[in-house]
Design a protein around this ligand. Structure first.
Ligand code: PAF
Length: 283
């Protein structure tokens, strides 16, 4: 498995692979890889001849109070996990390579980036859509795989790909959970053992809402009251948002259906966790 840092070298490899008729699958990451990333890589492996992952902690998607400086990093472990998942090539550019002096171009989407994480992290999605576009232009993938844990990110990237006619198939992959239900995330590493236990309130609240919906409750204000009650039952949890929205447009809904998204962002201590489900889906 090769690790390369240069955009032009990455493009040359991708162009040669395309000339040879190879299909390129791409898993963009910020490193500190876990089983959730590995599941994307294994799926990419099945669907491609060349499997590329990127490891780049993208400064432009972090705001002033965010955790860019302390974002967990472990390049050696990342290489081991990526190799075991069948990755052929890691693209790991430096910040200077991605954003050289004089850089001033941005990809910015409108409505879909405004609610949920977009409301609490202004500028976040502009950083995500810009870096993903730049990574696509470096890796030239036929398909790119993203986890559904970052549901809004996936919806935003689907919208961007459609709006800008990017020739990349976007594949959304199920959330991977720990045995006790906690959604896997690099940020789980910040949690103390006590906080790790408190963090289970997110998956519990999701399970509770699903159960109510299965039993026929489709009034969003009732479902939301149930979710908030479960989250507030956990003393360490500070709710940033708990919202029900349309599963594609992310517009607000008042009556829930199978394609209704329940999206949560909750702080446990200093760690911000997100989780979600579509009410009609099992995962
Ligand atoms: O989901 C992530 O890890 C990041 O937002 C991504 C898509 C790699 C862009 O930096």
């Amino acid at each position: 498995m090769r690790v390369i840092q240069s955009i032009s070298e990455m493009q040359q490899i991708a162009q040669a692979a395309r000339r040879a008729g190879e299909r390129i699958a791409f898993v963009p990451t910020m490193g500190f890889l876990h089983e959730g990333h590995a599941s994307l890589m294994r799926e990419g492996r099945l669907r491609s001849e060349l499997l590329v992952t990127s490891i780049f902690v993208n400064p432009t998607q972090f705001g002033a109070g965010d955790d860019f400086d302390c974002y967990p990093r472990d390049p050696e472990r990342d290489c081991t996990l990526a190799a075991a998942a069948g990755v052929d090539l890691i693209f790991a550019p430096t910040s200077r390579e991605m954003y050289p002096a004089g850089y001033q171009s941005w990809v910015d989407l409108e409505r879909i980036t405004l609610p949920l994480c977009g409301a609490s992290r202004p500028g976040h999605f502009r950083g995500v859509t810009t870096v993903v576009t730049k990574l696509f232009n470096a890796v030239l993938p036929h398909l790119a795989l993203f986890g559904k844990k970052d549901f809004q990110q996936l919806a935003v990237i689907r919208r961007m790909t459609l709006d800008l006619n990017l020739p990349v198939e976007i594949v959304g992959m199920p959330i991977v959970r720990e045995a006790d239900g906690l959604a896997m995330s690099s940020r789980n590493a910040y949690l103390s053992p006590g906080e790790r236990h408190s963090a289970l309130c997110l998956s519990r609240a999701i399970g509770g809402a699903r159960e109510q919906y299965r039993q026929g409750v489709d009034d969003v204000s009732r479902l939301r009251a149930g979710v908030l009650a479960m989250l507030k039952g956990e003393a360490a949890a500070v709710v940033e948002y708990a919202e029900f929205r349309h599963g594609e447009t992310l517009e607000e809904v008042t009556t829930a259906g199978d394609n209704t998204l329940l999206a949560l962002a909750v702080r446990i201590g200093t760690t911000r966790l997100i989780d979600n489900c579509l009410l009609g889906e099992e995962n």
